[in-house]
Ligand binder design. Structure first.
Ligand code: A3D
Length: 320
């Protein structure tokens, strides 16, 4: 049986971390594609030389040629530019839309059967555009944001409750950005919902509000601290969990940017909702009953994504 093949489009900070994780977990052979001269091959060689020490079998290749991604089972896209301090994710729209066009066409020509995970920002608009340019079916193209946003939420909750992160589940809906909607009612410690924990005196509503606010601006906090570029360890590990669920048909339930066709009252838009990822790609979109506050927050988030799509369509006529 042939090994799986993982193609990483963009070999920058997240791309390199993805390559390390995919190879170390022996998820398959890894191709690092980038427009930068030499850099993807340098990273591939460096990682291949880590293999004897860590003890993993995976072939790694760096390339500038889309032909090398042929037959990829999974493609993870980070190509583009990240934020600098003071920039919003939406400031990246013009540059990264052009990148999505080139990447979408490359995937269409060489890896049309792959499960595609987009990470490039502004996420909800870029995954929509990437799907349009690649022409793949909607169930095979998703965006990574919710897994990361809920991981940030889980980390802050675990710290506040002084419990293992393993026992904290958290739920985040909506677009990736300041309008994301962390939902306390569906966030738990080993099944005990956060509102019950507040009643039990484990924390206060004020502290939870502060955690929600910190989760929403979690990416920006890291951009400020790094001074150059944005988060990459947690974004990479989040996308790897999604890729594994597809390759191993695990049917894990993750919040992801998925294409909605009427669910949650939204049509033809990619926005963060709970989905099940298995061998079919998006196996199911999970529609849950939201309380009024979450519904209102979700609608604000949907409107923000719609606005970005209008801007995308104005920038590229082929999308209109
Ligand atoms: P960076 O280290 O700059 O890597 C991006 C790479 O893309 C660079 O090596 C570029 O050379 C390459 N590139 C540019 N244009 C092309 C092209 N046309 N084809 C192929 N490669 C190209 O950035 P990064 O890895 O830190 O971040 C990558 C993207 O992920 C950015 O858009 C970030 O904003 C985004 N990001 C998203 C999240 C989410 O949760 C959604 C989190 C963190 C970062």
């Amino acid at each position: 049986m042939a090994r799986n093949k993982i193609a990483l489009i963009g070999a920058g900070m997240i791309g390199g971390t993805l390559a390390h994780l995919a190879a170390a977990k022996e998820m398959g052979d890894v191709v690092l594609f980038d427009i930068a001269e030499g850099m993807p091959s340098g990273k591939a060689l460096d990682l291949a030389q880590a293999a004897p020490v860590e003890g993993f079998d995976a072939k790694l290749k760096g390339t500038k040629d889309y032909a090398d991604i042929a037959g990829a089972d999974v493609v993870i896209v980070t190509a583009g530019v990240p934020r600098k301090p003071g920039m919003s994710r939406d400031d990246l729209l013009g540059i990264n839309l052009k990148v999505m066009k080139a990447v979408g066409e490359g995937i269409k020509a060489h890896a049309p059967n792959a499960f595609v995970i987009c990470i490039t920002n502004p996420l909800d608009a870029m995954v929509w555009a990437l799907r349009e340019f690649s022409g793949l079916s909607h169930n095979m193209v998703v965006g990574m944001a919710g897994v990361l946003d809920s991981a940030r939420f889980r980390h802050f909750l675990a710290e506040e409750f002084d419990v293992s992160v393993k026992d904290v589940t958290a739920f985040v809906l909506g677009g990736h950005g300041d309008t994301m909607v962390p939902v306390l009612e569906y966030s738990t410690v080993a099944g005990i919902p956060v509102p019950d924990l507040i009643k039990m005196g484990w924390s206060t509503q004020e502290k939870m509000d502060a955690i929600v606010a910190r989760t929403r601006s979690g990416g920006g906090e890291i951009v400020q601290l790094l001074g150059n570029g944005s988060a990459y360890y947690a974004p990479a590990t989040s996308a790897i969990a999604m890729a594994e669920s597809y390759l191993k048909d695990q049917k894990r339930l993750f919040p992801c940017a998925a294409h909605l066709t009427g669910q949650y009252g939204v049509d033809d838009l990619y926005v963060g909702v709970p989905i099940v990822i298995g061998a079919k790609g998006v196996d199911r979109i999970v529609e849950i009953e939201l309380n009024e506050a979450a519904k209102a927050g979700f609608q604000i988030s949907v409107d923000a994504v719609k606005e970005l799509l209008v801007a995308c369509k104005a920038l590229d006529e082929s999308l209109a």
